[in-house]
Write a protein that binds this ligand. Structure first.
Ligand code: PLP
Length: 390
């Protein structure tokens, strides 16, 4: 008897990640210069680690916390949301999640029914697209305006709204483009959402990493959006806490019990040891955030300078935030970004991420990460200069 494949349509529909494919190829080689990392390379600051160790020693972390998280942590988050995001939050409107990712998954599950549509400005973080598919909803990809630095195309978003549209989901500062959506654009997006009764689910993972005159704005701070916004945040990037798996979301008090049902089914609660670490992160000195930001800014400037030498190969917009950028590949071979990245890796040992991994409008682009040491950026570009004759 032959057995049938047991996988659902929902997961089989999801294509294999081009990011993971490139990671696998790179790991088979030696001396690779990585411009494909998208996680902080710094370690978590010592004072955060010390607080976690103390919590373990004090026997505080062996059980679950309340599902929405430790009250002390939620109180600290309320202060942060009021101070840095201008979101007038209450502790009862905050849920501590397993990174931003689980918060987003819980938010999506709480908002959409099978067959509903979710508008995503693209190119965008591919995990968001997958999360919508996993909820049996339909991702509606609306291209951003690349010529103007990947800004929101608000008329196109308005045109994309149908009777089935339930939500708009975006990340700003953006992975992969580094664009920081401007306050006036987000206010117009809020108007569209309010007009059509849509949820706006945000991923604000890179909120502290903005440069020049770009400012992060939280759509959840608009008082009229109180019932429509679900804002997701994380400690991952801000405090270099990728592996601790801790984030949080803010939503209207009416939505919290609904989101919590999904959150419990997905995780019960966020890791308690990480919750103690997060309290320390918020109460402690915040110098690490400025240090990380300064490093990303100087790495961004270096990467842009080096790209200027390869003008015939790449055309780019200077990213206003995050630690990622998304140059267009001008040469013929760049039409297929996966093939381009593979060839680049084989010929130059430079690892990059194919743009198509971020939706079809990402094709003919590369995602480059500047959260790497500057000597890694120089090494990668020395090799590309030699290869392309820059
Ligand atoms: C836009 C964006 N959101 C979320 C995450 C992951 O967040 P977390 O570790 O908090 O789940 C990433 C990681 O690269 C990201 O780029």
């Amino acid at each position: 008897m032959t057995s049938k494949m047991i996988a659902s349509h929902r997961v089989t529909e999801i294509s294999k990640s081009a990011i993971h494919m490139m990671t696998a190829l790179s790991s088979e080689m030696e001396d690779v210069a990585f411009l494909s990392w998208a996680k902080p390379t710094s370690d978590t600051p010592e004072y955060i680690k010390d607080a976690a160790i103390a919590a373990i020693r004090d026997g505080l972390v062996g059980g679950y916390s309340t599902t929405s998280g430790l009250p002390e942590l939620r109180n600290e988050i309320v202060k942060k949301l009021q101070r840095d995001n201008r979101i007038d939050a209450a502790a009862s409107e905050v849920v501590i999640t397993v990174g931003a990712i689980e918060g987003l998954a819980a938010a999506i599950m709480a908002v959409v029914d099978p067959g509903d549509e979710v508008i995503l400005p693209t190119p965008t973080y591919s995990t968001h697209i997958r999360q919508v598919v996993l909820a049996s909803a339909k991702p509606v990809l609306v291209p951003t305006i690349e010529e103007e630095g990947f800004i929101l195309d608000l008329p196109a978003i308005r045109r994309a709204v149908t009777e089935k549209t339930k939500a708009v989901l975006y990340c700003s500062p953006s992975n992969p483009t580094g664009t920081v959506f401007a306050e006036d654009q987000l206010r117009q997006l809020a108007e569209i959402a309010l007009e059509h009764g849509l949820a706006v689910i945000t991923d604000e993972a890179y909120e502290y990493f903005t440069f020049d005159d770009h400012k992060h704005f939280s759509i959840g701070s608009i008082p009229e959006m109180k019932r429509n916004a679900i804002s997701c945040f994380t400690f991952t990037k801000t405090y270099a806490m990728t592996g601790w798996r801790i984030g949080y979301l803010h939503a209207d008090a009416d939505m919290i019990p609904q989101i919590t049902k999904a959150h419990i089914a997905l995780s019960i609660c966020s890791p308690v040891v990480s919750q103690y670490a997060a309290i320390a992160a918020l109460q402690g000195p915040h110098n690490c955030v400025a240090t990380f930001r300064d490093h990303y800014l100087s790495a961004r400037n270096l990467m842009c300078e080096r790209l200027d030498n390869l003008k015939s190969v790449f055309q780019y917009h200077k990213p206003g935030g995050s630690y990622l950028m998304f140059p267009r590949i001008l040469v013929e071979e760049g039409r297929d970004s996966i093939e381009f990245c593979k060839t680049l890796l084989q010929k130059t040992k430079v690892s990059t991420t194919p743009g198509v991994a971020f939706g079809p409008t990402g094709e003919s682009h590369l995602r480059l990460s500047f959260c790497v040491p500057e000597d890694m950026i120089n090494r990668a570009f020395d090799r590309m200069d030699a290869y392309f004759g820059g």
